[in-house]
Design a protein around this ligand. Structure first.
Ligand SMILES: C[S@@+](CC[C@H](N)C(=O)[O-])C[C@H]1O[C@@H](n2cnc3c(N)ncnc32)[C@H](O)[C@@H]1O
Length: 212
């Protein structure tokens, strides 16, 4: 199973997260915390249960899905999730048609076989969206993102991939492990931080970029 930090992400503060958490605790007063350019969400994770309110914001849809999957407190059907997982793990690329991912990213970010599997699983999650709660949909999609990231032929940012060598088939679908906060209320948003900052009421804000 994947934890939130099992992701290759340019600018991730994973290795600094304990130190950043200690600095916040030692130097800042307050009970509400905002991770306004949250990226992987690792800093929000570090502050979990240390703050009454945690605001997690990033303008990428993929990140919003991941925050919902890991932090949204709603219940979900664990048996259903595990059935999807078994189904995805038993797929064979030989039985799968070409799809968006295999056509565009096969042989680049993923082997052609892995790309077929990733594209097919993405299609199933989308076509079953109505049958799933928002939490279940987010868990499956976040799990696919983490699984795909593990097999990707890149250093972590998807504008470039490693050329000039064969890409092995390494993809296996695995699930993320959601967290249940005991003390923190979580507020997830997908907004431009420049706009979000104007209406935010919060004691401590962690930022990576200059807010204009
Ligand atoms: C360097 S990463 C943050 C890393 C994060 N602290 C971590 O440890 O994973 C910067 C993040 O800011 C987000 N971002 C950049 N400009 C933004 C904006 N104007 N509004 C919201 N999010 C933004 C990007 O999508 C990216 O995920």
């Amino acid at each position: 199973m994947f934890d939130i930090w099992n992701r290759r992400y340019t600018g991730s503060k994973y290795k600094l997260s304990s130190w950043i958490g200690e600095l916040i605790e030692e130097n800042c007063n307050g009970s509400s915390f905002c991770d306004i350019f949250a990226g992987t969400g690792i800093i929000s994770y570090t502050m979990l249960d240390k703050m009454k309110k945690i605001y997690i914001n990033d303008f990428l849809y993929s990140n919003e899905v991941i925050y919902k999957a890991f932090f949204e407190p709603s219940d979900y059907d664990k048996k259903l999730i595990s059935e999807y997982c078994s189904c995805f793990q038993s797929l064979s690329a030989d039985d799968i048609d070409e799809n968006y991912i295999s056509i565009n990213f096969g042989g680049k970010f993923f082997s052609h076989t892995d790309a077929k599997l990733i594209g097919h699983i993405r299609e199933i999650i989308e076509s079953d969206k109505e049958k799933l709660s928002d939490k279940e949909f987010s868990i499956l999609l976040a799990s696919l993102l983490y699984s795909a990231d593990k097999s990707a032929n890149t250093v972590g940012h998807y504008d470039a991939y490693i050329k000039g060598h064969d890409i092995p088939d390494t993809f296996t679908f695995d699930l993320i492990a959601p967290y249940k906060s005991k003390k923190s209320l979580i507020f997830i948003s997908r907004e431009d931080s420049n706009e979000f900052a104007k209406k935010l009421k919060c004691d401590i804000v962690k930022r990576n970029h200059r807010i204009r």
